[in-house]
Design a protein around this ligand. Structure first.
Ligand code: GLY
Length: 394
């Protein structure tokens, strides 16, 4: 067993080395970024292969790469990053790694104790299926079934977090729904297309409609957490968990909302979702604290701006979705913003040097400042959406 793992690692190592040599150096912005991503990810893959395990990197903590278990909400991003490298380069070596990383989290399809199964399966198996792995179809459908167990008909929403343990149990919530949950809807739309079962689609639409109604302020900024009553479906609380305060605007949450409603528009063609995404983006661009380099502070209302950490992950999510938005009208405007944000992320201020930053692509993201976790670090989802933005820029 150990021998075969070593043999596989050696073959993969040689193949990855070869594949980096096949990417021809070119002068364009896109090519240069792809070349960097290939070289940096090659180092990440080498480190993983040396362990003889299928490790899933999330961030850097105490100077070391932190690997995560498949239950972690971010476990789909590294497999997804491998799929994007395959798509960006056409090199099947990345496909081999993507498949291995993706299939290592297969049992996520049965996960029902948090809502992030949408992120996890869509970024990994969803991308693999899109790129031709037909046998991933059932995984996507099963994951949508698992996610559907979290739908609460009385409120018309998916419950994001359980409240029986951990820090969530200390907040007095009944049915907390976070804006991030908009990102899990793509899996449901996908599952309806694949299975012909419209129930996934209907639940997604219900969640999106309730989110428009209850998560957004008149200026199109959003709350992070809306807590619903499980007795009558009314809103009990509008809170934050990862933002500075209940009434401030957490940057990544704003980005998740823009992305999520853009997906809803793509899937339903209902213009109200497009309007929601566009207005939520207008909140960002007109905010007095939106920085000149277009990479938001972690919260638009953080008290010590400009001496507050930036969140490159929020910028990467926005850049990617703005490329998609540019296909739905006012193209030059949205593409212009997408290009500006992507170029800023690719500058030395945010893009790591080769072999540094735990071999992640982007520096300067924030996980959760109120929890004292992952402050000014690389994050696997910042890299995933950065590559997605590069791909979409094509
Ligand atoms: N979905 C968790 C986060 O954005 O940090």
């Amino acid at each position: 067993m150990k021998k075969s793992v070593l043999l596989f690692a050696t073959i993969l190592y040689a193949a990855v080395s070869a594949c980096t040599q096949t990417v021809q150096p070119k002068s364009g912005f896109l090519e240069e970024n792809i070349r960097f991503a290939v070289a940096q990810e090659k180092l990440q893959v080498e480190a993983i292969e040396k362990s003889g395990k299928v490790l899933n990197p999330r961030t850097v903590a105490n100077g070391k790469v932190k690997y995560i278990r498949m239950e972690d909400w971010t476990s789909g991003f590294y497999p997804g990053t491998m799929w994007y490298l395959y798509e960006l380069t056409g090199d099947t070596t990345w496909k081999t790694i993507a498949k291995k990383q993706t299939e290592a989290i297969d049992s996520v399809k049965f996960l029902t104790w948090h809502h992030d199964v949408g992120f996890m399966i869509q970024c990994s198996f969803g991308n693999g299926l899109r790129l031709g792995e037909e046998n991933y179809r059932e995984v996507v459908i099963q994951a949508a079934k698992s996610l559907s167990t979290r739908f609460r008909p009385v409120a018309g929403v998916f419950q994001s977090w359980n409240v029986d343990k951990g820090w969530q149990s200390e907040r007095g919530w009944e049915c907390p729904v976070i804006i991030d949950n908009m990102m899990n809807l793509e899996l449901l739309f996908n599952a309806t297309r694949l299975s012909g079962d419209s129930s996934f689609y209907k639940l997604a639409v219900s969640h999106a409609d309730q989110t428009i109604k209850n998560h957004y302020r008149p200026d199109y900024s959003c709350y992070h957490v809306v807590d619903y009553s499980l007795t009558d479906g009314t809103v009990r609380n509008r809170h934050t968990a990862q933002g500075y305060a209940h009434e401030t605007s957490w940057a990544r949450g704003q980005a998740w909302g823009i992305y999520g409603f853009t997906v809803c528009y793509r899937e339903t063609q209902d213009p109200k979702y497009l309007l929601q995404a566009q207005k939520a983006f207008e909140f960002v661009v007109h905010h007095k604290n939106f920085p000149a380099d277009f990479v938001p502070y972690w919260d638009f209302d953080a008290p010590k701006i400009p001496n507050e950490p930036r969140d490159a992950s929020a910028a990467a999510i926005m850049a990617s979705t703005l490329y998609e938005l540019s296909g739905y009208g006012n193209g030059a405007y949205y593409r212009g913003w997408a290009d500006k944000i992507t170029k800023s992320l690719a500058s030395p201020a945010y893009r790591a040097k080769l072999g540094e930053n735990g071999n992640f692509l982007l520096m300067h993201s924030v996980g959760s400042i109120p929890h004292g976790a992952e402050i000014d670090v690389p994050l696997n989802y910042a890299d995933y959406y950065f590559l997605e933005a590069l791909l979409r820029s094509k």
